[in-house]
Design a binder for this molecule. Structure first.
Ligand SMILES: NC(=O)c1ccc[n+]([C@@H]2O[C@H](COP(=O)([O-])OP(=O)(O)OC[C@H]3O[C@@H](n4cnc5c(N)ncnc54)[C@H](O)[C@@H]3O)[C@@H](O)[C@H]2O)c1
Ligand SMILES: [Fe+2]
Length: 422
């Protein structure tokens, strides 16, 4: 399996190294009040009737109304689909697609976190290609580009506004489906920190840690390019500079919110080139099975996976430690890597983040590890032994191979009562 993993990783690296992600990065509008430019943006994209994809909470707290007005004032008609729930399902996407068609829309704006943005991407894939959401699971299965999509993130974590991925929960398959295709990348991303002043501290912490996980996993990735490495570094620095400020003073500290939005955007570019790794594979598994919020699960797993990498990650983590100012002269790479991981744990403690998964029992650990490694090693599709699937489903690029036993040990840390301290 190690050889297979290496082979797939190398195939993926060769494919990714030929792709210039710069070409796919959405146009960026940012700064306080930038969401009010949504109308101009829609007009520029030629949208005459916009489907607003969002959730009820965001409508109720008044985030959607002003953007809706801005769109209408610019001459685009709008209809609101507010049926998104955290971790959108196939059914929500189908409802949204029906709504889009019934209302004769020709463009989409997503207002919300990763759930709303992913739901919008998938609604776009369904209406453009006339196929059910599950048909796009895997890599490069979206034949026709989605309609013009404007992404307005209201959390600072997923980077979905810039990535070519969407994550969909499929209750039939009992797992999250990952859809990756350049044809679902939004055309414009609007990063407006004013939309995030009401983001509760716990969600600020969780989504910020998701961004950090993207930045770190992509920085360690064998697929990373010089372009993405720079973006990942910038994202790590942004999170270290701003996450605690966004957590403690997010209601008024617009600079911190903007810094986190940019970090999340840059980390999104990082994973678009370098992909994610074992942290995400385990976090997706726990998220699907126990409804652990995505960022919380990533935060919980990240330190354990970084420790598991040990020497393999030390030089790169030492670079990040120096970048965020943790270096003191004379420290070895191993010392610096340890300082970097410890600092992540300190930030998580300061933000009162959970270290265990509610409901996870010790007798489920082995199953969780099996599912996580199937995702990480690209075995889901390849298990079907279709050569095309095998070529595309390369799994995640990682600097060290993880065995089932090693993965189970990490998952076991998440069983309550805490069996380890961070
Ligand atoms: N496409 C990608 O590249 C990518 C990457 C990572 C994760 N994801 C996916 O994104 C989803 C998670 O997204 P998320 O972490 O952004 O959370 P989310 O979109 O699920 O939102 C979490 C909660 O926060 C609330 N919320 C959002 N913005 C708010 C605001 N400004 N004020 C108050 N409340 C607000 C929402 O109503 C929701 O209840 C998962 O499904 C995950 O798998 C996608
Ligand atoms: Fe993530």
């Amino acid at each position: 399996m190690t050889i297979m993993h290496k082979l797939k990783s190398e195939l993926g690296r060769q494919a990714m190294s030929r792709i210039k992600y710069e070409k796919f990065v959405p146009d960026l509008e940012n700064g306080p009040g930038s969401a009010k430019r949504a109308g101009e943006v829609a007009r520029r994209l030629g949208i005459t009737k916009t489907l607003i994809v969002t959730d009820k909470i965001l409508v109720d707290i008044g985030l959607v109304g002003p953007i809706n007005n801005a769109l209408q004032n610019a001459g685009t008609q709008t209809v609101i689909f507010d049926g998104v729930l955290p971790d959108p399902t196939v059914a929500q996407i189908e409802d949204g697609a029906e709504f889009y068609i019934a209302n004769g829309c020709d463009g989409i704006i997503a207002i919300g976190g990763g759930s709303a943005m992913d739901c919008a991407k998938m609604i776009g894939a369904v209406v453009s290609n006339n196929k059910p959401p599950a048909a796009f699971a895997g890599a490069f299965k979206v034949r026709k580009r989605i309609p013009a999509l404007i992404a307005v993130p209201t959390t600072h974590g997923t980077g979905s506004e810039v990535t070519f991925a969407a994550v969909v929960s499929d209750p039939v398959a009992q797992r999250k489906l990952l859809v990756s295709d350049f044809k679902i990348v939004p055309r414009v991303a609007i990063l407006d920190p004013e939309l995030l002043t009401g983001l509760p501290p716990a969600i600020s912490a969780a989504t910020g840690m998701d961004a950090l996980t993207h930045a770190v996993e992509s920085y360690l990735s064998p697929w990373a390019t010089s372009y993405s490495l720079e973006k990942s570094r910038s994202a790590v620095k942004g999170v270290f500079d701003f996450i605690l400020r966004a957590y403690h003073d997010g209601e008024s500290d617009l600079e911190a919110r903007e810094g986190m939005l940019l970090a999340s955007f840059n980390a999104g570019i990082g994973i678009s080139c370098g992909a994610v790794g074992y942290v995400h594979a385990i976090a997706h598994t726990l998220g699907y099975n126990y409804h652990t919020p995505h960022g919380v699960a990533n935060a919980m797993i990240l330190p354990h996976v970084l420790r598991f990498y040990g020497d393999a990650a030390a030089p790169r983590l030492a670079e990040l430690a120096r970048l965020v100012g943790l270096s003191t002269t004379g420290n070895s790479d191993e010392d610096l890597a340890r300082l970097f991981i410890d600092r992540i744990c300190e930030m998580q403690r300061e933000m009162h983040m959970p270290t265990t998964v509610q409901g996870l029992r010790a007798d489920r650990v082995d199953d969780m590890a099996t599912i996580a490694l199937q995702e990480a090693h690209g075995e889901r599709h390849s298990m079907l032994f279709r050569f095309g699937e095998f070529m595309m489903d390369t799994g995640y690029p990682t600097i060290k191979h993880m065995t089932h036993g090693e993965c189970a040990r990490i998952v076991r840390h998440c069983v309550a009562p805490p069996s380890s301290k961070l």
